[in-house]
Design a binder for this molecule. Structure first.
Ligand code: ADP
Ligand code: ZN
Length: 705
């Protein structure tokens, strides 16, 4: 069964229903494949844009698309999102009574629905409509749940093979963010779609900035981090329930609205915490790893790991919950040796202890990396990144190495002299000449190296020791009270003068209050247009009882702030604004923008603001000076200049724009066939030409034409 549509129709459909101008990654090829009636397997990272791969075809198919989804919360979220976009969708599950369920079946019989979400357990209830008369496509979301290899195995998913048998001509599209081969194979076999075309996307999430810091004073560091990210939603992952509660308490004491979430809470409490977070009522959730599955919230701006995760899979999945909207997001991990020791304890005795320890080791290596962290992450998933990413702390601040042989020798000889019986803390105490109870009791103050390192701080010794461990120059005997011991390399360093290279201890430096401007927290002023749009979005979300990010994503609001659409046509050019959102929300948002623009203009009437600029221009002021005096941004002044020039006022336009830029825009105008929106020009120049320049150039071109 093939549904024929050309590219233009697909793009129209994308814009009308979802408000987007172009497809991301493989989306178009996937959608075409599905429309051709072919079975399809999609592997895409979280936030990659899987949903559109079946939601867009659903709008074009005659019948309904059956979506299998594991969690009621997830279904509800997706259905709300679809409805907000004007697409007829519903879910069918055990939370509904029989009247409600019958109503949905009737809607399907009467071709009133485009998508129906259902949990595998509830499929039997849909028996009557499970045939090709009604169903056009089957989407299996979170398809890894089918595999016992996967981390979220759900027995109910295993019966799904019957769908292909029952509906052999209906295309199946299975989607997941879990990439490993065993799981992939399992999905294909169990769904009985051996010939499915596979679309495997890159796992890179470029927009997430990666950072690892030493864990000293992490609670205070977290408070400061969040204060620098005011109003941004985020998750703090902790190892223990107790941690989640103490951190949440500390945040609240510091005026940061936060909740704790862990398996020890009642079902109702957990639901409330989750809902409040999704609805932007709570800014921060401090949670154990139980939190996050089934949360599609696209405006999670950062994820902090208070403790080290036990493996890279978990870490990547957790940080992947930030920045789904593609805007800049932050992942901050605190690294401590105590955590490693703790996690090792958890792993010991497990049936697959070796695997767990090996995975933990990789996680530790990632945390201690002195090369691009993203390269390490992606290589873990079998993907090679050619260039350093430029968006991790190592890339931004490459470590400097120095000859640390003498330092290493001091540490190693101390280990040797205490007969390889003491843990890191005691070794450092000896080096620093600490006369504490432990040292005196064991008479370690008699050690020959006692006090030889008194001029180096405790923390620095700790970091040097960790680096030696990482380089295999000494090791921790986890089964002997974590005593430091020598390795084959140790003797070479001690006696054969093998050189050791160390990096200067990294210490996270808090921005100094009175220092440079950039050190200031980059707080969005509460009266910025973005903040006003965010508040409006929040108000609507409460009225409609849907999460704010389903009204508009952060990305859409950012674009509104930048472009400042002031008419319906302009509003429709914003990414994320489709037909329905224009109709339902357009007026309110445009009014807010107009009001914002108006409130910034001092005395004269709104419409004449450019004339005020003209007076100042004639008096010889520069753009910056006008902008300063009028408290308007420079791009706004430039737009006045463009208008004045178009209106025939006496403006030396080439003072503001180079002839070459005008020519470039002219060329774009021809190639794009006289586009209606500035955004199309902006995209044409790969976002490298400012909007104000495009406006200025167009005012020149329009005059020439
Ligand atoms: P996934 O299911 O793969 O985690 P989603 O389908 O939830 O990802 O998409 C993540 C975000 O990206 C959503 O906010 C979605 O609206 C947005 N998105 C998807 N496709 C596009 C596109 N072509 N252009 C812009 N944004 C998109
Ligand atoms: Zn990097």
């Amino acid at each position: 069964m093939t549904t024929t549509v050309n590219e233009a129709q697909l793009l129209t459909s994308l814009k009308t229903h979802f408000g987007y101008d172009r497809f991301r990654g493989d989306q178009q090829r996937i959608i075409e494949n599905v429309l051709e009636g072919k079975d399809t397997l999609v592997i895409m990272p979280t936030g990659g844009g899987k949903s559109i791969c079946f939601q867009l075809p659903a709008t074009l198919f005659k019948g309904v698309t059956l979506v299998i989804s594991p969690l009621i919360a997830l279904m509800k979220d997706q259905v709300d999102g679809l409805k907000a976009n004007g697409i007829k969708a519903a879910f069918y599950n055990s939370s509904q009574d029989s009247t409600e369920q019958q109503g949905i079946i009737d809607d399907i019989l009467n071709a009133k629905l485009k998508l129906i979400y259902v949990a595998p357990e509830s499929l039997p209830g849909l028996e009557n409509i499970l045939n090709a008369t009604y169903i056009s496509c089957i989407a299996i979301d979170e398809a890894h749940c089918i595999s016992s290899w996967g981390h979220d195995f759900r027995p109910s998913y295993q019966q799904l093979g019957f769908l292909k048998k029952m509906l052999p001509d209906i295309p199946i599209i299975a989607l997941t963010a879990t990439a490993d081969k065993a799981t992939r194979q399992d999905i294909i076999e169990q769904l009985k779609v051996p010939h499915a075309d596979q679309f495997i996307s890159s796992f890179d999430r470029e927009n997430i900035e990666l950072e690892v810091r030493p864990a000293d004073g992490r609670a205070s560091q977290i408070v400061r981090f969040i204060k620098q990210h005011a109003n941004e939603s985020g998750i703090v992952y902790c190892l223990s329930r107790k941690n989640t509660e103490t951190i949440a308490k500390k945040l609240n004491e510091n005026g940061i609205n936060s909740d704790a979430y862990h398996a020890g809470l009642s079902f109702d409490d957990r639901t409330r915490v989750q809902e409040d977070f999704i609805f932007d009522k709570t800014q921060v959730v401090c949670a154990t790893v139980a939190f996050g599955m089934g949360i599609d919230k696209s405006n999670v701006r950062w994820v902090i790991h208070h403790n080290m995760p036990k493996n890279i899979e978990g870490y990547y999945q957790e940080i992947g919950r930030s920045g789904r909207d593609g805007l800049k997001a932050n992942a901050l991990l605190f690294h401590s040796y105590a955590d490693v020791i703790q996690l090792r304890k958890f792993a010991s005795g497990a049936s697959n202890e070796d695997v767990q320890i090996a995975k933990l080791e990789r996680m530790k290596q990632f945390s201690e990396a002195t090369t691009c962290r993203r390269k390490i992450l992606l290589s873990y998933f079998g993907e090679l990144l050619e260039e350093n990413c430029g968006n991790c702390d190592v890339c931004k601040n490459p470590p400097k190495f120095f000859d640390g042989t003498v330092i290493a020798q001091k540490i190693l000889s101390t280990i040797k002299r205490v007969k390889e019986q003491e843990a890191t803390g005691t070794i450092i105490d000896v080096l620093r000449g600490a006369r504490n109870a432990n040292i005196l009791e064991k008479a370690l103050d008699k050690t020959k190296t006692f006090g030889i390192g008194h001029d180096t701080s405790w923390k620095d010794w700790q970091q040097y020791t960790i680096q030696l461990i990482n380089q295999g120059i000494c090791e921790i005997a986890f089964h002997k009270n974590n005593a430091l011991q020598l390795t084959a390399f140790s003797n070479k360093v001690l006696f054969n003068n093998l050189k050791v290279f160390l990096t200067a201890p990294i210490e996270y430096k808090e921005p100094v209050k009175t220092a440079t401007r950039t050190a200031k927290p980059k707080r969005t002023p509460s009266n910025s247009l973005f903040e006003r749009l965010r508040k409006l979005r929040y108000k609507i979300s409460l009225e409609e009882n849907i999460p704010a990010y389903l009204v508009f994503s952060d990305a859409s609001l950012k674009e509104m702030e930048q472009i400042r659409p002031m008419s319906a046509d302009e509003f429709l050019t914003i990414s994320g604004v489709g037909q329905r959102k224009l109709e339902v929300y357009g007026d309110e948002f445009i009014a807010e923008i107009l009001d914002f623009m108006g409130s910034k203009i001092k005395k004269p009437k709104k419409t004449e603001t450019h004339l005020v600029t003209y007076e100042l221009y004639k008096s010889g002021l520069s753009i910056d000076a006008i902008s300063e005096q009028r408290k308007l941004k420079a791009p706004t002044i430039y737009s006045h200049i463009a208008k004045l020039y178009s209106d025939g006022k006496d403006i030396n336009i080439y003072d503001f724009i180079a002839k070459s830029d005008v020519e470039a825009v002219h060329q774009a105008k021809i190639e794009l066939n006289n586009p209606k929106t500035l955004k199309e020009y902006f995209d044409y120049f790969n976002e490298q030409m400012d909007y104000f320049k495009i406006r200025l150039a167009l005012s020149v071109i329009d005059k020439q034409d």
